[in-house]
Every structure is written in C-alpha cells, then in structure tokens.
Design a protein around this ligand. Structure first.
Ligand SMILES: [Mg+2]
Length: 161
C-alpha cells in the first residue's frame, strides 16, 4: 500500500507548530530543514510494516532538496511529487483539485489541511488529516491507517460477493 505525506505543517514546520528533530548548525547552514519530531520513527515503522512511503507536496522545493533533507534524518522515501509535477499531471488529467493522490497511485494521503480532506470526499480518495498541535500524531496516523486498510479489505470482500 502506498502512503504519501504532505510536507509543510505536516512534516516540516512553518514556524514553531511542533517540536522538531535535532539538527546541527552545519546542516542548517547547508539548507537542511527542520523536521517534525518522531517523523523518522513513524516512517521507519510504516516501512517495516510493508507500506511504501512517498512525499506529496504543493511546494515548489526541488526534489533533490527534499530528498537531501529527509536523508539527513535517515529517512528514505520512494517518490517525491512537488508542485511542478503535481500541476503538470493534474492539468493533463483535467483534475480540478489542489491534490489528487490517485494520479500518483497513492492509496492514503496524510496532510494538515482540512480542505484536502474535503477534496478527498469530493474526489473519492482517502486522507488522514493531522493537526500540527497533535503531540500524539504518530499514533493517530498509525491507528487511522489500520482503520482505512481494514475498511478497504471489507469493501473488497463485499465486492467479491
Ligand atoms: Mg501542509
């Protein structure tokens, strides 16, 4: 199963919405961004459970910059979709939404924006909306993924009958 994470205010703070992982001064100097505390453990955990993790952001940061920041914290992800690619693909598919995870085969998308959750209801894709204030965010995400995965299995069984 493919899971995508938003960046801004989900994994990377805009200001000081959440605690962040340790970052050295040298890393800061080289443009490594702050990362939400617990990101590494959460992503590793999900990968160990067999989920494939991607980044899906409407930011114009380069994929190289995003990958370098994640690698600094020991995180490897599969695909990175930035706004340049997002706009190109959604335009070509004539989709009128800020994000449309199925266009990239992402099964569940994790984001801070309620608007993305509403788009999910409208366009029929699965989201987990996580507040920047949620100090228990890793657990919230893990529970929601389990729930969404099990409803998926139930639906598949219903369709098979
Ligand atoms: Mg965001």
């Amino acid at each position: 199963m493919n899971i995508s994470f938003d960046l801004d205010r989900t994994l990377i703070p805009n200001e000081k919405e959440f605690n962040t992982e340790k970052r050295s001064l040298i890393a800061k100097y080289f443009g490594i961004e702050k990362l939400r505390k617990g990101s590494r453990n959460l992503i590793k955990d999900l990968q160990n459970q067999g989920y494939t993790i991607h980044i899906y952001t409407t930011s114009f940061r380069s994929k190289f910059r995003i990958r370098t920041t994640l690698q600094y914290y020991g995180i490897k992800v599969n695909l990175i979709v930035n706004q340049t690619e997002n706009q190109k693909v959604l335009r070509s598919k004539n989709i009128n939404a800020s994000k449309y995870p199925p266009a990239f085969n992402f099964d569940i998308h994790i984001d801070d924006l309620i608007g993305v959750g509403l788009e999910g209801k409208k366009h029929n894709f699965k989201t987990i909306i996580i507040s920047p204030n949620d100090t228990n965010w890793s657990e919230t995400i893990k529970k929601s993924i389990k729930q969404l995965s099990s409803t998926n299995i139930i639906r598949q069984k219903e369709n098979a009958q």
